[in-house]
Design a protein around this ligand. Structure first.
Ligand code: HEM
Length: 484
């Protein structure tokens, strides 16, 4: 029996959340859209019908309180609802809530930064953040990689003229190539769709595995194929690491692997106990791929979907871009502050998509005293990003796609602290800067070169997500890219 209760004993209520949850998982597995397709209008401001789910129940924090216990089978999960509560946990009591919940699927597939705890997590996270900042961003190298990749993407779309096409694989290949450049120091041909197939499987099947790990081990099914493919990816990474080792020049590190190997060699020389060893290198490389590709490319796919749904918004972005950059020069991150409307649209697309509504579950690594409650050690904690990104207390019209959420009365960009699609605090996404750079540079470049539309017109575009359980995955759709 699964039930949900407010932590205050006087306000306990039973909700059959598990039925909704299992329904979502089932829908995700059979890979069909929801039984009814709903198109939401731009000026609605109530949860659309596809939102009347377990998540929306949790959103009603005034009814259940901002700290809720949900039982999934025997597993107790504490859900934190609303901006103030999520911030208090992730920022004000950051250390207490920095644990990562056990994830059987992920453990079986790969260990590493994303799902580790304690000293291993601390060392790998610090190293990855520093390497991404110094190696990638600091030297502007990342910016030039993305500019370069944007050109390949534009060429690919031009080749595809004039037929309508599904942009999913086009965008995923571009985004995964940026991670390839960061990690392996090279990009791959767009014809290689192997990694994308793997990531698609991951995004759907892992949800079921996490809830029924033992059962899933015995059941036949596609998830076994995923583990085989992860092993292929692991073999590929191991081979790349070996090549890097043979050609490493400590005076000129080429990528993430080189930086890791330098640290590993240093540690071996001094014989100290460390988390910098080959197993963690391979695992963290896989983490960066798995966490960095599907997330960013789905967000780009969704933003482009919103642009064909709302052509007037697309036109306004193009005008702004034409005025500031023109149609030939590659955009740089410096341009972002001169493009407030474009910046606002990208932020609003991320808020509205709410890609990771439940966050990646956290874990109480000790007894935590929080808002007058004790959250016992080993409790799974979900700081509900959905409840912040769609909060009526934080956004004028949370269920409406409206770039004005990020603009002041003078049309200047205005950040809202409740914009936390990457989460917040010690465990927040390490790829945030990279993802934001990719979203901005790729989308601006595409709008410089193409006007996008839908073969069936804006009315035919259904912007509700296809799966809405642990992730809001945008639907597949057809796109026309007309050269400008
Ligand atoms: C739009 C794109 C992205 C979104 C919305 C996103 C969102 C998130 C979220 C919500 C978390 C969990 C934070 C928490 O536990 O509190 C996370 C963690 C993580 N993300 Fe991202 N992410 C994106 C892109 C990326 C990219 C490009 C990379 C890699 C370069 C990446 C690597 C990671 C890693 C390694 C973690 C685990 C951090 C840790 O456990 O300490 N993500 N991300």
């Amino acid at each position: 029996m699964i039930f949900l209760e407010a932590l205050r004993p006087s306000r306990s209520i039973h909700v059959f959340l598990h039925i909704i949850h299992l329904w979502h998982l089932f829908m995700a597995l059979i890979r069909r859209p929801y039984p009814e397709r709903h198109t939401i209008s731009s000026y609605r401001d109530s949860p659309p019908p596809w939102r009347h789910s377990g998540l929306s129940v949790l959103l009603r924090k005034k009814m259940y309180g901002p700290v809720i216990t949900v039982y999934l089978g025997l597993q107790r999960v504490v859900v934190l609802v609303g901006y103030e509560t999520v911030k208090e946990a992730l920022v004000d009591q950051a250390e207490d809530f920095s644990g990562r919940a056990p994830a059987p699927f992920a453990y079986k597939a790969t260990k590493g930064l994303l799902i580790s705890n304690g000293e291993r997590w601390r060392q790998l996270r610090r190293f990855t953040l520093t390497t991404l900042r110094d190696f990638g961003m600091g030297r502007k190298k990342m910016e030039s990689w993305i500019q370069e990749e944007s050109k390949h993407l534009v060429d690919l779309l031009r080749e595809n003229q004039p037929a309508p096409f599904d942009p999913t694989f086009f965008l995923s290949r571009a985004v995964s190539n940026v991670i390839c450049a960061l990690v392996f120091g090279q990009r791959f041909s767009y014809k290689d769709a192997q990694l994308l197939k793997l990531l698609f499987f991951f995004s759907t099947l892992s949800q079921l595995y996490n809830i029924f790990p033992r059962l899933m081990d015995y059941l036949p099914g596609q998830h076994h194929a995923i583990f085989r493919e992860v092993n292929e990816l692991r073999k590929f990474s191991t081979e790349k690491i070996r090549e890097h080792q043979e050609t490493l020049n400590p005076d000129d590190p080429r990528d993430y692997i080189d930086c890791f190997l330098m640290r590993l060699n240093e540690v071996e020389k001094n014989l100290v106990s460390t988390e910098f060893h080959h197993e963690n290198l391979t695992a963290t490389v896989l983490n960066l791929f798995l966490a960095g590709t599907e997330t960013t490319s789905s967000t780009m796919r969704y933003t482009m979907m919103l642009l064909i749904k709302y052509p007037d918004i697309q036109e306004k972005m193009q005008k702004e871009i034409d005025n500031v950059i023109g149609q030939t020069r590659s955009p740089t991150m410096e341009d972002r502050k001169s493009l407030p409307f474009t910046n606002a649209v990208i932020h609003e697309a991320q808020r509205f998509l709410d890609l990771v509504p439940l966050n990646v579950p956290h874990y109480a690594t000790k007894d935590i005293s929080f808002k007058g409650y004790i959250i016992p050690k080993d409790t799974v904690v979900i700081p509900l990003l959905h409840s912040v990104l769609k909060s009526v207390d934080q956004w004028d019209n949370p269920w409406t796609f409206n770039p004005n959420h990020f603009l002041d009365h003078n049309g200047n960009f205005k950040l809202n602290p409740a914009f936390i699609p990457f989460s917040s605090g010690k465990r927040a996404c390490v790829g945030e800067s990279l993802a934001r750079m990719e979203l901005f540079l790729f989308l601006v470049t595409l709008l410089q070169h193409f006007t996008f539309s839908s073969p069936g017109g804006p009315e035919s575009v259904d912007i509700s997500p296809e799966f809405s359980s642990l992730g809001n995955i945008p639907r597949r759709y057809q796109l026309i890219a007309a050269p400008r």
